[in-house]
Design a protein around this ligand. Structure first.
Ligand SMILES: Nc1ncnc2c1ncn2[C@@H]1O[C@H](COP(=O)(O)OP(=O)(O)OP(=O)(O)O)[C@@H](O)[C@H]1O
Ligand SMILES: [Mg+2]
Length: 250
């Protein structure tokens, strides 16, 4: 049975100074994990922020669960955003950081506490609750940022290069955790990465963004197969060679 689209980006165009997102069309199914790949400056973050309704396009529209995302006030949108630098509030403890969104959205205290307890266990952050972000490791900050995002039970989780600052072992643990979170909460996930292996490991499908345009969408196993235009192949082939070189070194 075909699932509903959680995100529908319909012919969306946007200009920011000299940069343009060009007629983006993307349908992302409910429960899907979708990766956005592309060179630096391609517009990946701007696209993710557009999906979150931060920018209203000049043309086209972004639908979230069937409704225009910009029609809802930001605190009513059923999504959460995890930034690359985690964007935790430095003057708040871990517990206060996690509770912040609950207050903003006026979520029932008992329900909120239940959810916090569930997440604390899943993300293994019990021992960090009274600490401040400044003295957490990158992996710990990442888990706290995820707890803060997931406490609102969003239908859509958006993550901008969530694992780029982590060492390989911690990355590996985070992949397992994301899979667990996806199983437990069933939310739709869109994430940006520069890591082809990571995209293939986590995502069902991958979209390639170059120069503000979506240049291809494929099943994640098919990333290095099939014909694509020259600049897309250059982008992928270079990476493939790099990956081979790395595996030869190991
Ligand atoms: N508010 C803005 N005003 C003008 N230009 C902007 C604005 N925000 C982003 N840009 C420009 O848009 C382009 C795309 O930026 P974006 O941050 O989306 O790239 P990216 O693909 O996420 O790159 P990276 O992989 O380095 O994070 C860049 O050239 C950036 O300078
Ligand atoms: Mg970016």
């Amino acid at each position: 049975m075909k699932k509903n689209n959680m995100v529908c980006v319909n012919n969306f165009s946007l200009a920011l100074g000299d940069f343009h997102l060009n007629q983006i069309c993307l349908d992302i199914e409910e429960g899907e994990i979708f990766a956005i790949l592309g060179p630096t400056g391609a517009g990946k973050t701007v696209l993710l922020e557009s999906i979150a309704g931060i920018y209203e396009g000049e043309k086209g529209v972004v639908f979230l669960d069937g409704k225009r995302v910009c029609d809802s006030a930001p605190n009513k949108r059923d999504l959460a955003f995890v930034y690359q630098d985690y964007a935790l509030f430095p003057h708040m403890t871990v517990m206060e950081n996690i509770k912040f969104g609950l207050k903003m959205k006026k979520i029932d205290k008992n329900k909120g506490n239940e959810r916090i307890n569930e997440l604390i266990t899943l993300l293994k952050i019990e021992h960090l609750m009274n600490r401040y972000p400044a003295n957490l490791s990158g992996g710990e900050k990442q888990r706290v940022a995820l707890a803060r995002a997931l406490v609102l039970n969003p239908k859509l989780l958006l993550m901008d290069e969530p694992f780029s600052a982590l060492d390989p072992k911690t990355k590996e643990q985070m992949y397992q955790l994301i899979k667990k979170i996806h199983e437990a909460f069933g939310c739709t996930i869109i994430f940006i990465t520069h890591d082809f292996n990571e995209a293939q490991r986590l995502a069902f499908r991958i979209g390639i963004l170059i120069g503000g345009s979506i240049r291809g969408v494929c099943e994640s196993q098919a990333l290095f197969h099939g014909n694509m235009e020259k600049d897309v192949e250059d982008f992928l082939i270079r990476k493939e060679i790099n990956m081979k070189m790395v595996s030869n070194l190991n």
